[in-house]
Design a protein around this ligand. Structure first.
Ligand SMILES: *Cc1c(COP(=O)(O)O)cnc(C)c1O
Length: 367
């Protein structure tokens, strides 16, 4: 099989070694005679897989002891409802929740939350057409918000927070809930600055179907009575993510990815590699008039790099030529058009240089 580079935004590229290991263990996991898919989630084999995954994720992100790590189902979009149902009970009803709108994903979260609370648009990047994060001192926060919702990496718009907001200075004491779906484990993060971190696995962790929720313990136990039990974080935490049957195979693959990260120097080493990859790609895009990236330098995503051909009539030819070179899934999200290269942890630097070589050659031919 010839080398393919998959730039999909998600489900996305996984480390080849992880897929190889999963293939080797497919029919007989560690002499158990069973595939992981066939195991009881309450048996000692799967419990050992689950415990290692939680332990490794805790170590990789330096998750403090007063935070629970949950593996749930329902995806990031599911959490858009699950989060308010679990947190608005921190305040008397109807509670207010502040949203910082930086792109498509925070927009979706805002819209869904309206079913459960007074969702307040505290800041929006709409004026900049979602190319910059609104300055912290422009956030118009509510006096008594249950929490402040942000999306720290907007997968479609290519905007990324470069640091965590400060609860004391930036959110008036309200806990921060952060959607980190598309950049979790790509950079160091100070978990203690957040009340909740959540993300679907299919961008930077593993296969679709697993949702990671990291939640501070004092935020458990405030669910609204209407919250489905399987989505009540407290019940899920008390049952070690086994209140209902968890997505066992997805957790196993995520665990292999965590081991791969540890073997490769952990999050700090990944971050260095991700900086290098992003600098190469943005550096090239900025060096030419042929391609355009509109996102402000201060908040360009290291994971998702949207770009446009100045002459958009060449889009189809660009994608066809890329496919011939085995550079896959470069088409931008349908809501914004253009192109997008997602360069998650598992994208090797060789994939980025192959893409840049192609960008150069295409420009030479059509520029
Ligand atoms: C992909 C993505 C989601 C949605 O995840 P689903 O698993 O489709 O629900 C949410 N937030 C962000 C930032 C994403 O990139």
């Amino acid at each position: 099989m010839s080398q393919v580079y998959n730039f999909s935004a998600g489900p996305a590229v996984l480390p080849k070694e992880v897929l190889q290991q999963a293939a080797e263990e497919m029919l007989d996991w560690h002499g158990s005679g069973m595939s992981v898919m066939e195991m009881s989630h309450r048996g000692k084999e799967f419990i050992s897989i689950y415990e290692a995954a939680v332990r490794d994720l805790r170590e990789l992100l330096a998750v403090p002891a007063n935070y629970k790590i949950l593996f749930m189902q329902g995806g990031g979009i599911g959490q858009n409802a699950i989060i308010p149902m679990n947190l608005v009970g921190l305040k008397t009803q109807p509670a207010t929740v502040d949203f910082i709108l930086t792109g498509s994903w925070s927009g979706k979260s805002f819209k869904e939350a309206k079913k459960y609370c007074n969702a307040n648009l505290a800041a929006t990047a709409e004026d900049s057409k979602f190319t910059a994060i609104p300055a912290r001192d422009s956030w118009r926060l509510s006096k008594d918000a249950a929490y402040v919702h942000i999306c720290t990496n907007e997968t479609i718009d290519g905007i990324e927070f470069q640091d965590a907001p400060d609860v004391a200075a930036d959110t008036g004491g309200a806990p921060i809930v952060a959607d980190m779906s598309s950049h979790i484990l790509s950079r160091a993060v100070d978990v203690s600055k957040y009340g909740v971190i959540f993300g679907g696995a299919q961008k930077n962790i593993g296969p679709a179907g697993v949702t990671v929720v990291i939640v501070r313990e004092d935020l458990l136990g405030h669910a609204l009575p209407i919250c489905p039990s399987a989505f009540n974080w407290k019940l899920v935490a008390e049952a070690d993510s086994m209140y209902n049957t968890p997505p066992t195979y997805g957790i196993y693959i995520a665990g292999l990815v965590f081991q791969w990260l540890k073997r490769n120097g952990g999050v700090a080493a990944m971050e260095q590699r991700n900086i290098e990859k992003a600098n190469l790609l943005y550096g090239y895009l900025d060096s030419t008039e042929f391609y355009i990236n509109r996102v402000d330098n201060s908040c360009r995503s290291r994971m998702n790099v949207p770009f446009y051909l100045r002459d958009e009539s060449l889009n189809e030819a660009f994608l066809a030529g890329a496919k011939e070179r085995r550079l896959l899934q470069l088409k931008g999200h349908k809501s914004v058009g253009g192109m997008r290269a997602s360069i998650y942890n598992a994208m090797p630097i060789e994939g980025v240089t192959a893409l840049i070589d192609y960008l150069k050659d295409f420009e030479k031919k059509h520029g």
